[in-house]
Unconditional design. Sequence first.
Length: 581
Amino acid sequence: MALSQQRPTKLRLGEVLIANGLLTQEQLKEAIARQKQTGKRLGSILVEMRVVTERDITEVLSKQLNVPFIDLSNYLVDPAIAKLIPEHIAERHQLIPINKVGNKLTVAMVDPLNILAIDDIALMTGLQVKTVVATPSDVQKALQEAYGAQSKMDDLMDDLVDIGKDAEKDGELGALDGELGENDAPIIRLCNLIISQAVSSGVSDIHIEPFEKELRIRYRQDGVLYNAMAPPKRAQAAISSRLKIMATLDIAEKRLPQDGRIKIRVNNRTIDLRVSTLPTTWGEKIVMRILDQSSLKVSLEELGFEPSTLERFKRGIEVPYGIILVTGPTGSGKTTTLYSALSTLNEPKVNIMTAEDPVEYMLNGINQVQCRPDIGLTFAAALRSFLRQDPDIVMVGEIRDRETAEISIKASMTGHLVLSTLHTNDAPSTIARLVDMGIEGFMVTSSVVLVQAQRLVRSICKDCKMEYRPKKELTEQFGIDAELLRRLDLPHVDEKNVKFYKGKGCESCGSDGYRGRMGIYEVMEMTENMRQCILKAGSTTDMSRLARKEGMLTLRESALRKALLGVTTVEEVVRVTAADR
């Protein structure tokens, strides 16, 4: 049977506050007199007297008892973890479970000296209890949010099951696909809850996936999917219809994929969602990409470029004409990089126009066009029209075909700066991709200024980061020596005592060890030597070797530099750049 590992010694609050200089003997006597009259806790009375604050008391207790303090106002409690302790017990003892790792349960408490409560929880859950201390108001608010959200979810699930049963009994389950009436209010509340929880958690994508006997909802956070909730299967059609109505899609069309957009306000923030539906064996799968204007990083310095790589990229976008290509897989942050570049170039004296599908973020002072291939407004058609609008800088969302590539090259050769994206694995292979599209080598060398490839790696949680010394085999695998450290501009790193970093897992990162993502980049400039290599039909390997010789950091080297600086882990380096040398 697992018991708590913490048994703090009972202390008198007044004495502790006096010892820390936050309270005088006279104030303590007055507070004790009020306590005898009202029966309230001494801490509450001292706060009412405005002698100390809740946080003062909590932080003093934390130091005195050597129990960690946690600011719950900046912490999102998972309702699933909260369910480990019944609500009435959590309310009675003023505590809330906030994290579970293995057989250890972390509990935030107002009174970490309450041994009986700690042991009760250990006996009830069969887990080792680790306590942290939080202010009473923060604990109360967390209780309302955690158990309130769970109660709200339970009520919604009950309502959804009832709706599904009634419709099934009446043979009208398909009627849920029509307009949503009063009986469908739980569906509306559930869809709102799915979106609001995702936005609050900093999620990038919401996946709603139908299977034979279940409906699964997953969130993608920091590039990794995890299960969020599982509504009743009977509610599948109603949820799909509700989301399609919000995205102004055809709810009667279930055989073909559809794309739409939802614009809503969550927590006083305007959020755009790109909605995509796809017919699968067991129903329509819906994926919603969350586009949060407030989270858009428009400064190139914030994206994670290495100093030398950023200098190369800035040098490229400052040329008056030519093509800048940003490449990488889907979801690697290419659009963010392009927007950051446009924001850097955006001045009243230049005319900037973009052709996008879709327009993800609205940029002030830039003329943005939403392409619509269904009516003939393709990237190529938009680009032709742009050239009659006296542009200085043009952004094309993606070069997908030869026609778009040819028009982009002609635009770059007639005095325009063109920015666009391609789907390639690295910078050198982009040249081969253009040639495969049918673009002649001399046209490529005359128009392309630079190619930048990028991907995203997860960042180590700053609250639980720890260093360790890797085995010699690992450093040899990455070829870490004095020459490589010089290339990476890390002269202070000792090649014989290399250190890597990782996250231990804590409340801030949900025990994952990661929090947020950062870009890794390689920038290949079109130098004279590179032009000659392309004109001689050099291979991708030849171009890569030449680019490295001329100072380009590869994606693997960019990621490794971040690992040596403690930004990411060596595991992320391997995962994201496994195919790179």
